[in-house]
Ligand binder design. Sequence first.
Ligand code: GAL
Length: 638
Amino acid sequence: MRPELGVCYYPEHWPEAGWAEDAARMAAMGLTWVRIGEFAWSRMEPVPGQLRLDWLDRAIEVLGAAGLKVVLGTPTATPPRWMIDRFPNMLAVNAEGKPRKFGSRRHYCFSHAGYQDECVRITEILARRYASNAHVAAWQIDNEYGCHDTVLSYSDAAQQGFRDWLAARYGDIAALNRAWGNVFWSMEYGSFDQIDLPNLTVTDPNPSHVLAFRRYSSDQVVRFNRAQAEVLKAHTDAPLIHNYMGRVLDFDHFEVGDDLDIASWDSYPIGFLSERLDLEEGHKHTFLQQGDPDMQAMHHDLYRAVGRGRWWVMEQQPGPVNWAPYNPAPLSGMVRLWSLEAVAHGAEVVSYFRWRQAPFGQEQYHAGLLQPNGRDAVGADEAAQVAGDLAKLGDLTPAQARVAMLFDYPSDWAWAAQPQGSGFSYFNLILSAYKALRRAGLSCDFLPSRQRDFSGYDLILAPGLAVLPPDLSDALSASGAQVVLGPRSGAISDDYHVPDAGRPGVAGLDVHVDLVESLPPDHTRAVSGGGQVMHWQEQLSGAAEVLLQTEAGAPVQMGSDRLSYLGAFPDEVLWDRILGAAAERANLSFMRLPDGLRIRDMGAHRFAVNYNAHAVEWNGARLEPCGVAVWKDGAQVL
Ligand code: GAL
């Protein structure tokens, strides 16, 4: 595999006379892909039914003539104003019951059938016109599902859709009442038509009701995406892609991914650090201009799984963004580092957002590869450098990691429906485990919770898996790998009850969760031998061996030398101990990497990236601040 570079371009923002020069400069910079079209509906169809695609024909022609491959986006994330006149109730409604307004983007409700038909219509028009265009080499459907908090909508369309979905799932209302435990607080229903959406209740709604609504909402994203995917597949064999976002967990990406060929995501490391990560202020300060050293890698690995091995970075931050609370510039070298790190995790393409900084609209302070006046911005130099690096690296061969971690979107919804303590989340638990793997220099594959074949893995982590189906725990036990479950694994049944078999209820593992405690952030409990329990502790009993316990004698991890259950949220030191012990039992060689230095193995290549603002000596190489080193079969090649 030879990774390539690309860029996001908006021909409709610039005079046509400049397109050819832009295209030539892209090619000269070493870019081979260009994504266009995803927000251009008002220019494609200014008046309902009156199509204006001649400019798009010419833009594709100009870009293609420069040797660029085009990713054509369907414009459905930005319904034009006339669409709202046609369907006033297509707007998503927030949890306070207020419709969201026209004037930015993503202002649609996934449940609205009329809008979905319009999306199918415009997709069909584009597919018919461009499927056979040799320059259109891939398609992007919509843009960043779920971004700006847009999956959950409390509209009339969602209410009706939810009732129908429940009727199909439960068959009769008595079954739903039983499944949800509606005898509690006299919440029993006489018919599906009486069921509202779980917002604006006096106190907490029933978690079974909430989880059902979360599943329903996720299904609407899948359905919405599938409608466009089916249209495109009828016309083209070019790969279909969606660009997912960082830390958006409101829909099941694995299920959306099943209808697509490639997963991609939009990587904004500095924006994410300040806006989306619950990490200590000191850490955020250290990495203010680099981004968290694990956030990008975690999403690369996750989306590689969503794409069943095929994934891209569709939008790579090229300089300061505009949307986070604070928007510092990347340190010199970081754009290159982020790009090569993506390649190290198997990205087929890294595409920068965007070509030229916009002089109008909401993102005027968002850097591009070029300044608004067309001069090169810092990102342009680094992108060109990456093109040179990739030429030096040549072919890369993806390889399965020996460590896997299960990732399960519904677990996040389940945790959020009954958090039991603030300050921690499913995402934070996964990130903390992932960080520990990275500190130990271990490369990791994420796997969906529906996975049952674990061949080739020596260590499998399954933290926080709310529902733990018996066939999954059986497959994990039979895998022969070291398996660490918990905390909060097997905590609920599918309908959000305490499971009949108790928690975690794993056959062959004599461990029982007798009660759970959540702890305030400043209250931790020391573990014998080092490390602390924070946020969450389960009281464990059973005949299994106690592998770790608090200084007060409460079991923290129990199990055998193959399968164990962790009943707490560990701090860094404790995670390092837990993983170190499991890796040793699995015969995996691991290390203690210097702070801020991360590695990834890919076939014959080992990549090291230095997220620090200072140089680091490692493995016989000097990594400059924000530097990268690559070895092939042990010899340094970059
Ligand atoms: C992404 C989005 C782009 C642009 C970018 C700015 O979320 O897909 O259209 O808005 O953020 O960082």
